[in-house]
Design a protein around this ligand. Structure first.
Ligand code: HAM
Length: 354
């Protein structure tokens, strides 16, 4: 006999009472985000492949090897979204949201798909809760986005999330740095692994977040991006930090934080959590001032983040989890032949009364 069908590798079912925890996390996000003026956007799970190639970037791991891409029956190349920022940008352009009062603040939640090797905290279908702020280039928006995130995590019971912060500078700063890093690493090419050797030519900044110990050692002497920032980029970053300092948000500047998607400019950040092993980033985000224009839209800057909901739920503080999964019970006990019907009607009366 054929075996019973099973869920696809890297995907999973969420069952009660766990689903109640997920719903409570999502409701908290809705509540907190609304206080900052965000409204929900829902974009399709399917997009044209081209969208991600042009935004996330051809040389990234996501586009290079992790996308679920296939031709539809007419031969068009489609992709199950690996992330949603590109989709929000596409929708922003497609529906002319430049005409809305600026900034446009949107949030989303839903499944994303990446063909990665499944392990703890890493799935092929995973879920993100994300937010994007479009239309404001200024540093206060960067700070506000981070404050919203920290408030959200605080309401879930995370007391001191570790916020890692960095700036990639603008395009000019980054080009100068890319050259300096290449010049430093090229003579040591032989000491690099295969992945990093390839990145040296395509995207040398990505070598900075290597996990290979020998490469990390090599990088200890590498030039730093901070040395290549122009005055404008430095001022932007300093302004973000000043607000965060005043608001009491704890963060750490990590000069090696570069993020794995090509659309970022200036501020980038991640939030990590204990207890997840190697996959410890629960939030990733940053500014993307060129994305909308690069996709054919107007010059509209943006900033946003996505929370990995699977990972977040895994390390959720216990009191929130308990509150979320507690369900009140009412027992109506039926006796005898007629009791069943009477009990049912009585229960209905209780339900009608709420
Ligand atoms: P990302 O860093 O690729 O950024 O993903 C954000 C979060 O999604 C990660 O920190 C992680 O928690 C979760 N995540 C990613 N891949 C997996 C996986 N295979 N299994 C479980 N969780 C995963 C983005 O996606 C950007 N769109 C974020 C952004 C929004 N930047 C600006 N706006």
């Amino acid at each position: 006999m054929a075996r019973a069908p099973r869920s696809v590798k890297g995907t999973r079912d969420l069952l009660p009472p766990e689903t109640a925890v997920w719903a409570a996390v999502e409701q908290t996000a809705r509540d907190v985000f609304a206080r900052y003026g965000y409204r929900e956007i829902r974009t399709p799970v399917l997009e044209e492949t081209e969208l991600f190639v042009r935004s996330v970037g051809e040389t990234t791991d996501i586009v290079g090897k992790e996308m679920y891409t296939f031709p539809d029956k007419k031969g068009r190349s489609l992709t199950l979204r690996p992330e949603s920022t590109a989709a929000v940008a596409r929708a922003f352009i497609e529906h002319g949201l430049t005409s809305w009062p600026s900034p446009v603040k949107l949030f989303y939640m839903g499944p994303q798909f990446r063909y990665e090797r499944p392990q703890k905290g890493r799935y092929r279908q995973f879920h993100q809760i994300g937010a994007e702020l479009l239309g404001d280039p200024g540093p206060w928006s960067d700070a506000e986005v981070l404050l919203m995130l920290v408030r959200f995590l605080g309401e879930l019971g995370f007391t001191s999330p570790t916020v890692l912060l960095n700036t990639l500078g603008d395009e000019a700063s980054r080009a100068a740095y890319r050259e300096a890093l290449h010049a430093f690493l090229a003579p040591q090419r032989e000491a690099l692994g295969e992945d990093s050797r390839r990145r040296l030519e395509t995207n040398p900044l990505r070598i900075l977040d290597t996990k290979v110990p020998a490469e990390r050692e090599l990088l200890a002497g590498a030039p730093e991006l901070a040395e290549h920032l122009n005055a404008e980029s430095r001022e932007h970053f300093d302004a973000v930090r000043r607000v965060l300092d005043r608001s009491g948000v704890a963060y750490r500047v990590d000069p090696r934080l570069v993020r794995g998607l090509d659309y970022y400019t200036r501020t980038v950040f991640e939030i990590t959590a204990e207890g997840l092993g190697a996959q410890n980033a629960i939030v990733g985000g940053g500014r993307y001032d060129r994305l909308i224009a690069d996709l054919g839209g107007a010059e509209v800057p943006g900033i946003g983040f996505a929370i990995g909901e699977d990972r977040l739920v895994e390390v959720l503080p216990e009191p929130f989890r308990e509150r979320a999964s507690a369900q009140p019970w009412v027992v109506v006990a039926a006796l005898g032949e007629v009791g069943g019907g009477e009990a049912l009607l009585l229960a209905e009366e209780l339900r009608a009364a709420g």
